[in-house]
Design a protein around this ligand. Structure first.
Ligand code: F6P
Length: 353
């Protein structure tokens, strides 16, 4: 078993779900935990886990195994000592005579899991990420806990924004997708939500702010996804955009938007970036339940010897999807989806029109 990529609140709860179900199914099961994700599998850094290791971790954030980012793109490149990473992982797997490898990971980790499947390893994977961007599952574990933290950040900002009559921008994680910002933005009562999937027009954003001021509203809150993009930038080529970002004087998109709003409207703007807080703390009850269910189903697949799948939730039922189908595909917010329509109906601006 290994946890790979950025951590989230519900990794331990998921591993516990897998382990508890396996211990219930078999008398002689042995679980090997690899340290720091695929790195542990490459360099044979592991521990033999005992039932006690899974006790008391349902509510504990982070991961008892540690994690690291091992980019998929570099998997076929040798490490600094010339080690063939894929061969090394296969070697460890075979040397330990493993029945299967359970991978808890996000997009990149699922791609590597699929690569190892193609190389002949028995894989069961589980959809982890606060970004909720994995295609094939309605929900990833970690997402709802992060929504709680990000919402709480907006809630805290609300009272101070109201006292000072300022425009507050809260920058929310999510990489290149807007699920976390969308949900936290709606839950926190943001007035404007800017997502990567809906390029914004700064004039529209400023008009929405002015309209609020004219209506006597003293403050405004903008939830900005870290991957939000202006219409202007969305029209650039990948190369041009990369160059522009490299030369930007702003630490992140929220600061850029903040500076431009203050210049265009004269309003006082403050920026808040909750950052990695969003991955921290304990898993919320929703995630604890989801993780337990996904983990139990992963154990069920192992019992049946059904490998090469990611365990997912669809219409509130736990099921599985071939890794070959899901690995590498992202699930984006649909700009024409009903949640966007409903948010617009209650007056939230997405900066698009
Ligand atoms: O994928 C989870 C995530 O928290 C993203 O939302 C964010 O863009 C990224 O990881 C941050 O990565 P790191 O922890 O490596 O800085």
């Amino acid at each position: 078993m290994l946890t790979s990529g950025g951590d989230c609140q519900s990794l331990n709860a998921t591993m516990r779900g897998v382990a508890k179900a396996l211990y219930n199914m078999f008398d002689d099961v042995e679980i090997v935990g690899f340290e720091e994700g695929y790195k542990g599998l490459m360099y044979a850094d592991y521990q033999i886990l005992k039932p006690g290791d899974f006790s008391g971790i349902l509510t504990r954030g982070g991961t008892i195994l540690g994690t690291s980012r091992q980019p998929f793109k570099q998997m076929r490149e040798p490490d600094e000592n010339g080690l063939d990473k894929v061969e090394a992982m296969k070697h460890t797997y075979r040397k330990l005579r493993l029945e299967c490898l359970v991978v808890l990971g996000g997009n990149g980790s699922q791609k590597t899991a699929n690569l190892l499947r193609e190389e002949g390893l028995n894989i069961v994977s589980l959809p982890k990420t606060i970004d909720n961007d994995l295609w094939g599952t309605d929900m990833t574990f970690g997402f709802q806990s992060a929504v709680n933290v990000a919402t709480n950040a907006i809630d805290c900002i609300h009272t101070t924004a109201a006292s000072h009559g300022r425009v507050f921008i809260v920058e929310i994680m999510g990489h290149k997708v807007g699920w976390l910002t969308l949900h936290a933005g709606i839950a926190g009562g943001a007035d404007i939500i800017l997502l990567p999937e809906i390029p914004y027009d700064l004039n529209v954003v400023c008009d929405a702010l002015k309209k609020r001021s004219a209506a006597g509203k003293k403050f405004s809150i903008i939830a900005v996804a870290e991957g939000a993009i202006s219409k202007e930038d969305a029209a650039l080529s990948k190369k041009e955009l990369k160059e522009k970002k490299k030369n930007s004087i702003y630490p992140s998109i929220a600061y850029e938007i903040g500076a431009k709003i203050s210049q265009a409207t004269g309003q006082e703007v403050r920026v808040t970036v909750p950052g990695h807080m969003q991955r921290g703390g304990e898993p919320c009850p929703y995630d604890r339940v989801l993780s337990t269910r996904l983990g139990a189903e992963a154990a069920e697949l192992i019992k049946k010897g059904e490998y090469g799948y990611m365990v997912v939730v669809k219409d509130n039922e736990i099921t599985k999807i071939p890794l070959s189908e899901t690995a590498g595909k992202l699930k984006y917010v649909d700009p024409n989806g009903s949640i966007i329509k409903e948010a617009k109906l209650v007056g939230i601006s997405f900066g698009d029109k």
